[in-house]
Every structure is written in structure tokens, then in C-alpha cells.
Design a binder for this molecule. Structure first.
Ligand SMILES: [Zn+2]
Length: 134
């Protein structure tokens, strides 16, 4: 399947170990999820900026069964809403804190981006986060 243009740079960034946020070149505000026009000023002059990769875990859940079609092979896995320090949020995978175990996570934990590796970014192009050391 051809990668839609609007997410191709985000996915390329993941493959290079970077978490990119769409950024408006007109008003300077970040956007997440990527759009064709800035939701703040309507400009279509949009670029990408590297995120600090630091954020707060707003919410999460662990899937052990009943995954959507095409995701059965990933079970178990955890997804969460991460609010980045840049002020935008995204849906991301959470790295297990022990094999198949996410019990160390709590809402409002500080989390940090983990580079998925080029092969994993190609297979499943989504950001991965883990609990931050601090
Ligand atoms: Zn703007």
C-alpha cells in the first residue's frame, strides 16, 4: 500500500529514529495529527520539527485479545495517549516494562520516545514510548 503523502515524512522520521511533529511555518504552532492546513491559521505552509520525545502518559490500555484485524500477531501490546511537552498529543505504543507486562505504568507517568528501529518502523509505523528514567 502506498504511504499517504501527509504521513510519509512522519514515517520516514520513525525509520531514522526521530519523532517528528508537523509544525506551521506561518504561525509557528505544532500540529498533531498531520493536516493539509494549519488548524490555527489555515496556512498550508507546513513543515516538520523534531520532538523532544518527552511527554506525559495521559491514558493507556493493554490489549491481550480482540485486536483489530491485522494486529493479532502483535498481541499482547499496549497503546496510550501521550501528551508531548510541545503541547500536542498522539496515540502511541508502550514498551513493556517486563515481558508482556505493563503493570509499572500509571496515568500521568513521564514517558519518553523510543526509536522503533528501521525494520519495525516499516512493519508497524507508530511511535513507541517507555517510562522515563526520572
Ligand atoms: Zn498556523
Amino acid at each position: 500500500m502506498k504511504t499517504p503523502r501527509i504521513v510519509s515524512e512522519f514515517r520516514a522520521g520513525l525509520g531514522q529514529g526521530e519523532l517528528l511533529i508537523q509544525n506551521c511555518n506561518s504561525c509557528g504552532k505544532p500540529n498533531m495529527w498531520p493536516r493539509y492546513a494549519c488548524p490555527h491559521c489555515q496556512s498550508d505552509d507546513l513543515g516538520w520539527a523534531k520532538s523532544s520525545g518527552k511527554g506525559t502518559l495521559h491514558s493507556f490500555c493493554v490489549l491481550r485479545q480482540g485486536a483489530p484485524e491485522g494486529f493479532d500477531g502483535d498481541l499482547p501490546y499496549a497503546i496510550g495517549v501521550v501528551k508531548l511537552d510541545e503541547g500536542v498529543q498522539l496515540l502511541a505504543r508502550l514498551e513493556a516494562s517486563a515481558p508482556d507486562d505493563w503493570s509499572a505504568y500509571s496515568c500521568d507517568d513521564r514517558v519518553e520516545f523510543v526509536a522503533p528501529g528501521a525494520a519495525e518502523a516499516q512493519r508497524r509505523p507508530c511511535a513507541i514510548f517507555r517510562r522515563a528514567a526520572d
